[in-house]
Design a protein around this ligand. Structure first.
Ligand SMILES: Nc1ncnc2c1ncn2[C@@H]1O[C@H](COP(=O)(O)OP(=O)(O)OP(=O)(O)O)[C@@H](O)[C@H]1O
Ligand SMILES: [Mg+2]
Length: 266
């Protein structure tokens, strides 16, 4: 079972957008059984898939903090065939305090996801909160791959290097020394001199991991989320859909399209 984390401590870098649409693409286009696990207090991954996360009696917090709560009690089907969701909501803010006395508190998520393996999921996708605290540590311990979405602003490189170092440190400290950033995805791309310069520096810093297709600005991507839909249901022929498909395919390990092709169509 592949376990792909979307992580960046900086807010608004398109973690949720990429996590949700990549998970949906794997289910729709590659016929996989996919589980999307939200771990952010904002509950956005569930919300953008049309779930009313405020009204659900149990979510990922209950799964992680109460051994009596079963995995199948928190899993929700989504409108995308093959894609299930474990939603999150505000309770996750209490997670670090709720598990403070547990020496293995960073392993809670990995432990509880053994049930996902047993349930036959091909891929688990994690949507991380914009911070590098205990929740993100749990995600890293439970992951086999780390994708870092990077908004192309002038602080991007700084934050990205820090995330890469955190991933390495947590991997060593928690017994997963192989854990590395496997993909860096430039997001909110606009063809400016600054964005081009940042892209060049990212390429030098992450020569093997930098995604060939940046996620450019696309109003349809933003609109889709406000309608509680994936891009494939809302605007499947839009440039945003083409970019997200190219990125998902790359994350899946398929050959990248010729550099910049999807972005140029945007
Ligand atoms: N390609 C795009 N073009 C324009 N807007 C986008 C694009 N992708 C995402 N957005 C919008 O940018 C905002 C931030 O995106 P998103 O929620 O995916 O970021 P995030 O990293 O998950 O944020 P947070 O750190 O708060 O969890 C959202 O309103 C989203 O709809
Ligand atoms: Mg998010």
């Amino acid at each position: 079972m592949r376990r792909i984390a979307f992580i960046n401590e900086k807010g608004g870098t398109c973690k949720t957008t990429l996590a949700v649409n990549t998970a949906a693409w794997l289910a729709r286009e590659r016929g996989q059984k996919v589980l999307l696990v939200d771990l952010d207090t904002q509950g956005h991954a569930g919300k953008v898939l049309g779930l009313d996360v405020r009204r659900l009696p149990r979510n990922v917090f209950h799964l992680l903090t109460d051994a009596a709560v079963r995995f199948d009690e928190v899993v929700q089907p989504s409108q995308v065939e093959g894609l299930d969701v474990v939603p999150a909501y505000k309770e996750m803010a209490d997670f670090p305090v709720a598990v403070a006395s547990d020496a293995r508190r960073a392993h809670r998520l990995a432990e509880r996801l053994k049930a996902a393996e047993a349930a036959g999921y091909d891929t688990v996708v994690f949507d991380a909160p914009p911070s590098l605290g205990l929740t993100t540590r749990n995600i890293l311990v439970a992951s086999t791959e780390v994708v870092v979405p990077v908004a192309l602003t002038y602080l991007a490189l700084d934050g990205c290097a820090e995330v890469a170092e955190t991933v390495r440190q947590v991997g060593e400290a928690e017994g997963c020394p192989e854990l590395r950033v496997t993909k860096v995805v430039p997001t909110l791309y606009r063809k400016t001199a600054l964005a081009t310069a940042i892209l060049e520096r990212l390429k030098a810093y992450f020569p093997d991991a930098l995604a060939a297709t940046p996620l450019g600005y696309s109003v349809k991507v933003d609109e889709a989320q406000s309608h509680g839909k994936t891009i494939w249901e809302y605007a499947p022929r839009s440039p945003g859909a083409r970019m997200l498909a190219a990125i998902a395919a790359e994350i899946h390990g398929e050959p990248a399209p010729r550099r910049g092709r999807a972005a140029r169509r945007a």
